[in-house]
Design a protein around this ligand. Structure first.
Ligand SMILES: Cc1cc2nc3c(=O)[nH]c(=O)nc-3n(C[C@H](O)[C@H](O)[C@H](O)COP(=O)(O)O)c2cc1C
Length: 335
């Protein structure tokens, strides 16, 4: 790496683009693609500290990121400092993670009822306690991902970020919505809170929420002075969003969207990664959530999305893609 954009602890990050953690999506198959498409840092889907404690087979398989280019971060979640410490130590000792992230933003009741995810945002003292115990139990950097707060009456993001810094974490990422909002409303209306956070702490601040275009990323960075942007949904089936944003930030030039042929080639590579990771029984089913994103805007997409949805094997999906590409080339009007 020639000229890192910023550091998280001792880990240099090549550019200001971070791929957001997304459950069921940011596994090894997609992290490899996101790195290949230029994300400076990628974050795994959230992984349960209890699952690690009980050596749950499925949980342990989620920790496999062997072969993904560095740097990468593994996100854990839990509501109890002791289990989080043990989980973080396990991750450091048994995985290729360069950074560990704690989830303090998840709004799902199954998570918050166990005092985990966004529930922690209600108590900056507990945030400090959890972060300081975990940070001191590992040697790699720790980061934390938060939201603005639990609801409009409990917006403790400045207190929480200060607690996170004081506890020894090396960066904080914030999604500018409350837990009560879940994914409603407009995160962009609250980007200003990121500036407040940047002024309140000295560790790097990563901003997240509703970055849909490379221009949005620049707008967030310019308006707030933060260190990096974290992109989630806009990268689904669209890793070019990462490349295009990195390029736009560096040069001011907006690269065109890729042609359908390139989108399908990448979709095939994603499917192959999923098959390598999960086998040919599960991978085609998991791929059903990705295909519509890769095909967004493609001519005749509805029919091919339906066909992929009904396919049971990798071979069938590849045949559907190939037939579609052939039809595109020969301009068959039946598309
Ligand atoms: C399907 C999905 C799964 C998510 N899973 C996680 C997760 O495991 N951990 C986490 O911290 N945030 C998770 N998030 C939240 C995202 O990281 C991000 O904060 C949110 O999508 C807003 O950013 P965006 O507008 O760029 O998508 C998830 C979001 C989505 C859409």
């Amino acid at each position: 790496m020639t000229n890192p954009s910023f550091h998280i602890g001792s880990v240099p990050i090549e550019n200001r683009i971070v791929l957001a953690p997304m459950a069921g999506i940011t596994n090894k198959a997609f992290l490899s693609i996101a790195k290949q498409f230029g994300a400076g840092l990628v974050v795994s889907e959230m992984i349960s500290d209890k699952g690690i404690e009980f050596r749950n087979e499925k949980t342990l398989s989620m920790l496999d990121f062997e072969g993904v280019p560095h740097p990468l971060s593994i996100q854990i979640f839990g509501g109890d400092a002791k289990t989080l410490v043990e989980a973080a130590q396990f991750v450091e000792a048994n995985t290729v993670a360069d950074i560990i992230d704690i989830n303090m933003g998840c709004p799902v009741p199954k998570v918050t009822k166990n005092e985990a995810g966004s529930r922690l945002l209600l108590d900056p003292d507990k945030v400090y306690n959890v972060v300081s115990q975990v940070a001191h139990a590992i040697t790699i950097p720790l980061t934390v991902k938060i939201r603005l707060g639990w609801d409009e009456e409990h917006l403790y993001y400045v207190e929480n970020a200060k607690a996170i810094e004081a506890g020894g974490a090396s960066a904080v990422a914030m999604h500018t919505r409350t837990k009560a909002q879940a994914y409603t409303g407009h995160a962009k209306d609250r980007w200003e809170a990121l500036r407040e956070l940047k002024e309140a702490v000295h560790i790097p601040v990563i901003g997240n929420g509703d970055i849909k275009t490379p221009e949005d990323a620049k707008e967030m960075l310019d308006a707030t002075g933060i260190d990096a942007v974290m992109i989630g949904r806009a990268a689904l089936g669209n890793p070019w969003m990462l490349t295009r944003t990195a390029h736009y930030l560096e040069t001011g030039e907006l690269l065109p969207e890729p042609p359908v042929e390139e989108k399908i080639a990448t979709a095939k590579a994603h499917l192959q990664n999923l098959v390598d990771l999960k086998g040919d029984f599960l991978a085609p089913k998991e791929f059903r959530q990705h295909a519509p994103h890769y095909l967004r805007g493609a001519p005749g997409a509805a029919r091919i999305k339906k066909a992929v949805n009904e396919a049971e094997t990798q071979e069938e999906i590849l045949a559907i893609f190939d037939q579609y590409l052939l039809q595109l080339q020969t301009h068959v009007s039946a598309i």
